[in-house]
Design a protein around this ligand. Sequence first.
Ligand SMILES: Nc1ncnc2c1ncn2[C@@H]1O[C@H](COP(=O)(O)OP(=O)(O)OP(=O)(O)O)[C@@H](O)[C@H]1O
Length: 717
Amino acid sequence: MEEKECHWGACVWVPDPEAVWVSAQLLQNYRPGDQHIPIQLTDGRMEYPVLPPAGLPPLGNPDILEGENDLTALTFLHEPAVLHNLRVRFLDYSSIYTYCGIVLVALNPYEQLPIYGEEVIDAYSGQDMADMEPHIFSVAEETYRTMIRSIEKNQSIIISGESGSGKTVSAKFTMRYFAVVGGAAQQTSVEEKVLASNPIMEAIGNAKTTRNDNSSRFGKYIEIGFGCKGDIIGANMRTYLLEKSRVVFQAAQERNYHIFYQLCASRDLPELRTLKLDSAENFHYTNQGQDVHIFGTDDVVELERTRNAFTILGVQPDQQMEIFHILAAILHLGNVNIQASGRGGDRSYIDVQANDRSLAIFAKLLGVEGAQMAQWLCHRRLAVGGEMLVKPMTGQQANEARDALAKHVYEQLFTWTVQRLNSSLRTHREQPKSFIGVLDIYGFETFDRNSFEQFCINYANEKLQQQFNRYVFQLEQEEYLREELPWNRIEFSDNQPCIALIEGQLGLLDLLDEECRMPKGSNENWARKLYDQHLNHSPHFLKPRMSNSAFIVVHFADMVQYECDGFLDKNRDTVFEEPINILRASQSELVAELFQKESAGGSLPNSSLANGSIRSGKRAHREHKLTVGFQVTCNALSNQQVVKILSLYTPQSDLEERVTLNFIRIVQVSAKGQPPQLLMDVRRVFPVMFPYLPPPQVSAAQLEIPESLKISFLRRV
Ligand SMILES: Nc1ncnc2c1ncn2[C@@H]1O[C@H](COP(=O)(O)OP(=O)(O)OP(=O)(O)O)[C@@H](O)[C@H]1O
């Protein structure tokens, strides 16, 4: 802001320890260089605050701009102005949507609003974005119309925000919009199929976390293909980085993937009895969170929805049963009782004689031999001096191998299901003339305990943020140039240094891969190397005072502490080959198909980032594996997978495939089970939404919201 004289009575914003910002009036003319200025707060109190180094406190906007539907129309665009405007729109106008130039900012209302019906779709259809109130449908309409106007100009909508902020809900609204506007002329049910893919993907890829009861644990990019008349003629989905550790472990209050609970809850249905399921409380893989229910969700009804959706997509009931067999088998595998034996517990065994019931059911459901599986769950083959030896595994190793197998089977099934859905969504009539892509990537997240999964998710978000910064910033400046407006180069905080810390040479991933290649590599050694390399060198890397096995990354959205424990194993992500060979020879067609195409030691066909590497004999020790982290980095370099999507949109990109971007940024107004904290939440993601605005000026200690304000948010209808 240019420092100039400002007069008595002018409205300014001053930091407040409780309300974040409060408005006040100047009681004296301001002259550049003044250190203090008397002000009067709206409650009548007088103060004489020290002025910030930049001069005056942020100036208030004229009353006439109160509740403006585009933030860029505000005379003064700074943090208090943004917060105040979003608050006024939310509380006084009941509007959760606001434009910020080309970006739609959405607040998650955490309540059903009557603004998504067909009549609203009709109202937005064919209208110009500038003539309509901000809405997710206005972005969808703009995207659709631009695509129709300049056919073959592909479009994409990027939806970003923290976990639980409402990305998936918004993605579904956009897809519904396209299904309605692009479906009328069609006889086919393509649009119905596109919508039906949602419940299936949610059943197998979403789970309850402490942040969100229906959290997507994978990234999704769906491309909806349109014909020359603007009608939907097909779709294709790509998925990224499924959180497969959830299959075998859940933190307190969290759940495994919904589909497991749907099946357990429906176990008494006659056709599901062969699955030999029990209550979810009785399976190790579904009960670690100690709360198998979701308030307000009936898992029996949900399974019904999942099955209907499968049917709409052409997956026949017998094939659905094959899928359910595999899912149930995973639960039984988790209950297989592996016991330590031998001197010092250096061996393990599964008591097949005493009939480990879980193993028997697992084997039967997957069409394999129980005794064979028991043998290869407790032993591994090793190549020593040109000979193959069989080495027993300790109880712990065998349990880990069992979990690795469970995760691998689930991942293969997930990948297969996506391919299966894609084949139903593919058009056979004609090639799409253009497409609209919707990117619903897992949101930035931080929990009490953060591990490798959060690290990968937050890294992907860091990349997405960079694309966002650069794209929005560049567009803004291009517009100034086009309109020949005078402008100074606006500095925005680029997050490249943080990305370099993660993916650069000797960065966190590089060192992790190096440690994974060491015969005696350990999480502790890796942590030490990180401290040596980055502590006091990168401003984005910190060490927690009380721990030698954790590190902190200062991300664009938040500081996150990661526990090193488990990083090496998760990054290596190895599965032993012998149990896979048994599955490959399964009598079940689907099971055999799932494992048929993968080659030992290589990556899986069409797999997501979280693909596993299969370990067999000697190669397992010598070869550099395609670790998960390494793949993320590779992708960053070779424009594949997650980062391919992001890179595709780089304006400077010389890739031929160019698309126009449409951004939707979502802010979580209240976290699950907590009172709404509008200002707090908007504030936390402030640099995320408005990277080109000045950074916040008040300290974290001043961010508490007063009780009175929380109640007024709660009362909003
Ligand atoms: N527009 C909306 N209207 C009403 N409720 C909403 C809206 N958007 C989100 N919600 C609520 O917020 C919850 C979380 O939303 P959603 O699952 O879309 O979050 P997300 O950003 O996709 O989270 P994650 O990254 O964890 O997958 C929803 O289950 C719903 O209750």
